[in-house]
Design a protein around this ligand. Structure first.
Ligand SMILES: Cc1cc2nc3c(=O)[nH]c(=O)nc-3n(C[C@H](O)[C@H](O)[C@H](O)COP(=O)(O)OP(=O)(O)OC[C@H]3O[C@@H](n4cnc5c(N)ncnc54)[C@H](O)[C@@H]3O)c2cc1C
Length: 432
């Protein structure tokens, strides 16, 4: 079987569905290939305000759809009695003032449904097994993508398929189908090394006030001895709790131990129902040293994924996906989509964001900068505002003194996220 589309998007997560929706909205013919059937569980539940304009472009309102309003982030260190609240409303002028916390099964399904409504063809249960680009066994005029049915029963129904398009977007998240095949993914090992997480339901109404210090939901991030713990209220008496550890060999019971060691988490989970045994993931932070080429690009986690302590994954993924869509809409209209440097400006833009977050995460794990700023009785207010803007994902502005200070060490930046743009990072990167 062979079909022709302008663009094939591999992966129907937030990055894939965003790029597909924005392309379809402009009349581009798009095929989304997703290996799973939605709704399905996914981790990554706390969003940042930087994706609010994208929801507007998609014609979606997360608040109306019932997702929990997120006013900011709280940081706690129960070992020293430290507690601080960072509300997005207190950021530098112009930073959007709220975000959302989402159950990803519902959220991802909602976004992918929108892609269908806007005209994208979405095929679930089809796993991409081969991508032929002009640089890798394909011909210069287009790309070929081969799939197989994810489930045996469907294999009989769909059989293996092959699709042709003018361009392919790899939005396969941590699977990074192109990067892993080409061996261009590079681990970032200096951050968290593993996570154990689960959901709790039927929370006691008595802890409502404590959970929603700012009247509405905030993520709670706790410093613990070997890493950190998140507590993300999801609305409806439900909360996501996860441990990120810097020790190797993560185990589910480490999460139970972290909860038992924390008076706050013990209060929150007292009497609640744990939905399932903790899910365990290890060694996930990486960057992709080659993120685009002739007729293909990566977007979202398949380009770069940095330790989730500042909840940057979904929102940077959506912002990057929108940028990819905008670049492609223009290029497809002028038959210019085959250039191998088409996505250079996009990759540079995203590198600035990844480097900012990677540097911040590095500070979290390896310096006392953030701990001091969070829990000092008299924090530097200009830095607090600047940090709040970064925590909102508002990282492409030139008036953030905290961000400038953070990125001041070129040596540190290059060590953290080197060579993000096809091996030619140094010169254009310095121009940012
Ligand atoms: C422990 C942990 C905690 C996190 N917490 C947060 C958080 O609080 N906030 C936040 O913003 N982010 C968080 N993240 C990150 C977040 O999960 C990701 O950044 C986000 O899901 C990336 O979106 P994406 O669309 O790029 O990829 P994904 O959401 O992973 O979507 C990729 C899609 O591609 C599909 N796919 C993969 N391979 C194939 C294939 N071969 N063929 C077809 N389809 C395929 C997958 O089924 C999936 O649906 C966390 C991550 C981890 C590991």
């Amino acid at each position: 079987m062979s079909q022709d589309f302008d663009v094939i998007v591999i992966g129907g997560g937030p990055a894939g569905s965003t790029v597909a929706s924005l392309l379809a909205q402009k009349g581009v013919s798009v095929l989304v290939l997703e290996k799973d059937h939605f709704p399905r569980f996914h981790i990554g539940e706390s969003l940042l305000p930087c994706d609010l304009p994208i929801f507007d472009r998609l014609g979606l309102d997360p608040g109306q759809a019932g997702f929990l309003f997120k006013a900011g982030a709280e940081f706690l260190d129960e070992r020293v009695g430290g507690h601080t609240v960072y509300e997005f409303a207190d950021a530098l002028p112009g930073t959007p003032d709220h975000a959302y916390q989402v159950d990803r099964a519902t959220f991802d399904h909602w976004l992918l449904t929108r892609s269908r409504q806007l005209g994208a063809t979405v095929r679930e249960g089809e796993r991409v097994i081969e991508v032929l680009t002009p640089e890798n066994g394909g011909d210069p005029s287009g790309v070929t993508v081969r799939t197989t049915a994810t489930h045996a029963t469907e294999r009989e129904r769909i059989a293996d398929a092959s699709y042709r398009a003018r361009y392919v977007v790899d939005a396969t998240g941590q699977d990074a189908v192109i990067g892993r095949r080409e061996k261009t993914t590079r681990p970032l090992e200096d951050f968290g090394l593993g996570a154990a997480f689960t959901h709790f339901e039927q929370l006691d109404p008595a802890i409502d006030h404590e959970l929603c210090v700012t009247a509405r939901g905030t993520i709670k991030v706790l410093f613990v001895d070997d890493g950190w713990v998140w507590a993300i209220p999801l609305g409806g008496r439900k909360i996501s709790i996860g441990l990120v550890s810097r020790r190797r060999g993560i185990k589910g019971e480490w999460l139970d131990q972290a909860i038992a060691a924390s008076p706050f988490l013990t209060r929150v989970t007292m009497g609640a129902e744990r939905v399932r045994k903790p899910t365990v993931l290890a060694s996930w932070s990486f960057h992709n040293a080659k993120q685009h080429g002739a007729r293909w690009t990566c977007t979202g986690d398949s380009a770069c994924f940095i330790d989730p302590v500042f909840s940057s994954g979904v929102s940077l993924g959506m912002v990057g996906a929108a940028d990819v869509a905008d670049t492609l809409i223009e290029a497809l209209a002028t038959n210019d989509e085959g250039r191998d440097d088409l996505m250079d400006p996009h990759a540079l833009k995203m590198m600035h964001a990844y480097t900012t977050f990677a540097t911040l995460v590095n500070s979290w794990y390896h310096t006392t900068l953030l701990h001091t700023l969070f829990f000092s009785p008299e924090p530097n207010l200009e830095w607090k505002k600047g940090l709040t803007s970064i925590l909102a994902g508002d990282v492409w502005r030139d008036d953030n003194a905290f961000q400038t200070m953070l990125l001041a060490s070129k040596r540190r930046r290059k060590e953290l996220v080197p060579d993000l743009v096809s091996g030619k990072a140094t010169a254009p990167f310095d121009a940012l």
